[in-house]
Ligand binder design. Structure first.
Ligand SMILES: *Cc1c(COP(=O)(O)O)cnc(C)c1O
Length: 364
C-alpha cells in the first residue's frame, strides 16, 4: 500500500494552519502574528536536565492561579493555548460522531484541531457587529460537545457582550462545554470570565503567555476550568508537556515583577494602537477601522489599493483576512513599536498619493 493509502483520509484532506513562520515573506516589520515586537530578557536558572520535568510544574501552576484569582486545581498548563484547544477535543469529542461549534470570522485552530481528530466542524457565522447569533447557535447544538468563542475575537478585535455569553452558558448548560478563548484578555482584563467558573461547571477559559506576556517563542498556555474538567484534561495531556527551561521562564514571567512588566507593555501597545487607529482612519485607501480591545487592528481597504502586496514588497508583513467570511479586503495589523506603526502609515500614505496621481492622469 502507498503512504497515502495508509494515511487517514481526514489527514490527507487537511489544510494545515498557516502559522507565523510558515507564511513566509521577507520582512523587517513583522505585524502578522500578534507577537510583541521586542524580545523580553530572562536568565535560565541551573536545573537538573538529566531528570524528567513535572507534568504540571507547581511553581507555574501556583503563580498562574494567583494571577487569575483561582485555585491551583482550576489551572492546567500546556504547550501554548493551542494545545489546550486540542486537549478539549481529545477529552470531549468522539471522532466521527460529535461536533464542535464556532463562529467565523474567528481564530483558525478550532477548525484545524477538530479536522485532525475527524470531529465535525459546525459553524454559525457571527452577526454583522460580530456578536453571537444566539438563535442560530440554539438551533445548531445537536451533537455539539464544545462551543468555542473568542473574546476579544481574533481577527476582529471585539469583545463578546457579557449578556450574550451568559445567554450562551444558559443555553448550553447540561448539553455542551463553552470554551472562552481569552488569549488577548490582558488588553481588557475587566472582561475576563474567570469569576464565572463558580456558576458554570461547563465553562472553560483559554489563556496564553504568547501575547501580552511577549513569550510566543516559549510555547506556554493555560486552561482554566473547574477541577473535574482539569482532571479529565490531565488524562489526555502528554506526560511532559513543558520542558524545564520553559517552566523556569514561565515562572519568572508570572512573578510580581514579570506581571508589572507585562502591564507596562500592555499600556504602551494600547497607546500605539490608538495612534495607529487614528492614523489609519485618515488614509484614503482605508475604508474602515474596526474598534479593538487587543494588540491588533482590523481594517478594510479600498479593493484596488493593493495594500497587502505593496507593504509585503516593502518588508512590512501584515495578515490578509480576505478569505474569512465577511472580511473581504480586510487586513489585520499587529500593533508593533511606534516606529513600526509609523512605517505602516508612511507606506499607506504613499499608496494614497500614487492613487491620486493616477486619478489625475485619467482622461477627462
Ligand atoms: C495566539 C492565539 C492562540 C494561541 O496561543 P499559543 O499559546 O501561542 O498557542 C489561541 N487563541 C487565539 C485567539 C490566539 O490569537
Amino acid at each position: 500500500m502507498s503512504i497515502s493509502q495508509l494515511a487517514r483520509a481526514n489527514v490527507l484532506a487537511l489544510e494545515p494552519y498557516l502559522s507565523a513562520r510558515r507564511l513566509g515573506g521577507k520582512g523587517d516589520v513583522w505585524l502578522n502574528a500578534n507577537e510583541y515586537p521586542l524580545p523580553p530578557e530572562f536568565t535560565l536558572r541551573p536545573g537538573n536536565l538529566n531528570r524528567y520535568p513535572a507534568c504540571q510544574p507547581e511553581g507555574v501552576i501556583n503563580h498562574y492561579a494567583a494571577y487569575a484569582g483561582l485555585a491551583p486545581e482550576q489551572v492546567l498548563v500546556s504547550r501554548g493555548a493551542d494545545e489546550g484547544i486540542e486537549l478539549l477535543i481529545r477529552a470531549f469529542c468522539e471522532p466521527g460522531r460529535d461536533a464542535i461549534l464556532f463562529c467565523p470570522p474567528t481564530y483558525g485552530m478550532y477548525s484545524v484541531s477538530a479536522e485532525t481528530y475527524n470531529v465535525e466542524r459546525r459553524t454559525v457565522q457571527a452577526l454583522d457587529d460580530w456578536q453571537l447569533n444566539l438563535p442560530a447557535i440554539a438551533q445548531s447544538l445537536d451533537g455539539v460537545k464544545l462551543v468555542y468563542v473568542c473574546s476579544p475575537n481574533n481577527p476582529t478585535g471585539n469583545l463578546l457582550s457579557a449578556d450574550s455569553l451568559k445567554a450562551l452558558l444558559e443555553l448550553t448548560r447540561g448539553r455542551a462545554m463553552v470554551v472562552a478563548d481569552e488569549a488577548y484578555i490582558e488588553f481588557c482584563p475587566a472582561a475576563t470570565l474567570a469569576g464565572w467558573l463558580a456558576d458554570y461547571p461547563h465553562l472553560v477559559i483559554l489563556r496564553t503567555l504568547s501575547k501580552a506576556f511577549a513569550l510566543a517563542g516559549l510555547r506556554c498556555g493555560f486552561t482554566l476550568a473547574n477541577a473535574e474538567v482539569i482532571q479529565l484534561l490531565l488524562k489526555v495531556i502528554a506526560p511532559y508537556p513543558l520542558s524545564l527551561p520553559v517552566a523556569d521562564i514561565a515562572e519568572q514571567a508570572l512573578s510580581e515583577a514579570g506581571i508589572a512588566l507585562m502591564r507596562r507593555r500592555v499600556a504602551e501597545i494600547s497607546d500605539n494602537r490608538r495612534w495607529l487607529a487614528d492614523a489609519l482612519a485618515a488614509c484614503d485607501c482605508v475604508t474602515q477601522v474596526y474598534p479593538s480591545e487587543s494588540n491588533y487592528l482590523l481594517a478594510r481597504f479600498n479593493p484596488d489599493s493593493q495594500a497587502f502586496k505593496t507593504l509585503w514588497d516593502q518588508g512590512i508583513i501584515l495578515r490578509n483576512q480576505s478569505k474569512q467570511p465577511g472580511l473581504a479586503e480586510c487586513l489585520r495589523i499587529t500593533i508593533g513599536t511606534r516606529r513600526e506603526c509609523e512605517r505602516v502609515i508612511t507606506s499607506l500614505l504613499a499608496i494614497d498619493h500614487s492613487r491620486t496621481d493616477t486619478a489625475d492622469q485619467e482622461p477627462q
